[in-house]
Design a protein around this ligand. Sequence first.
Ligand code: AMP
Ligand code: MG
Length: 405
Amino acid sequence: MITVDEALAAVLGRVRTLGTEATPLVKSVSRILRAPVVADRDLPPFNRAAMDGFAVRSVDVSVEGTRLKVAGEIRAGVWPDRALGSGEAMRIMTGAPVPEGADAVVQVERTTMTGVGEVLIGAVGSAGQNIVPRGSEAPRGSELLRPGLRLGPAHLAVLASVGVIEPVVSRRPRVAVIVTGDEVVDPGSRPGAAQIRNANGPALAAAIREAGGVSTDAGVVPDQSAKTRAAIERALSEGHDAIVLSGGVSAGDFDFVEKALGEIGVTLHVTAVRVKPGAPFVFATHGDTLIFGLPGNPVSAQVTFELFARPALLKMQGAVAFLRPKVAATLDSPLTNRSGRRNYLPVVATASEGSLRAAPVRTQGSGDTLAHAMANALAVLEPDQTSLAAGDRVLLYPLSSILEV
Ligand code: AMP
Ligand code: MG
């Protein structure tokens, strides 16, 4: 058995980067940017008033209580029709271009109109005050966003600001989901006494989507070698970038995934990992197609997807941040790990006064779908961390993105 890190390296080393496509701006959210975004103009494009007030020359208002002649008004969206002269002020609105000759904007609240075409400036002005200089956020031609970034709403604001209405992003990975198990029935049907509903299909489809992929549902395949093989062959022939199988990878009499993969002639790179949950994880490749054989236990399936398939799907799209950052927390109550493997245990992490605490979730193990759903992080216990006490520090693997860059 190899370690989690060795298995992850085996997976990541075989990831090929997908092609790109241009996508409408609003639809590009959460996609991976693949071309640099460059400023097509200075940001801001002109010396911008940051306040409603009066544009002035700072030398004219070096003492409080100066009276200046009001020489006009500049609204946002309108270029000033003339420069500001000595002894003059111009009414200016937030977002309007500061006129030539002015080097400060005095906030309107610090001024009083006198009624004779003059304004009383009740403040001392200093050069640059309340003005955002042209190009100070970013000069024209500079790189604003790097390829590999996962686009969020704030990035879309940047794209829009420089007129990129069709950003170049990675195409989405196409991923087939094949669920195996004689006992597994569709979630919409009534299970027989010994049957269970397919929990993995929907969870994996959702996880694929969250990782930027598009999943196709190959349905539930019975525990038969030929049928398992046919389902994998069909997924391969349909040109998927990855295939995710659930179940059938352990040592039971009816576990056929590894056998079927062997018959098809794919290359097996990983057949077991020193991890709990999820030891019988299988990873294979067929050409550029990545094949993940996940254990059927729902928690094992979700954790191994998270540890191995998610990074691979993100890396495939050219993402720079394809691994979640681990964070340290203080344990609320004891945890044990007698598995001899790296153990991922469900916890609820909460932030209080700037530090993280982790409360273990009571779990019946790798079939406990509910315990996993209650957790927002997994405590990572190494093989030698056989028992941790309340108050001990523990490393957490967060199950959602925090501080990803
Ligand atoms: P397997 O890896 O096929 O040996 O399955 C391990 C355990 O996970 C068994 O208890 C299965 O009944 C259960 N299981 C397998 N597939 C699913 C599934 N799609 N949804 C829920 N449980 C499953
Ligand atoms: Mg099974």
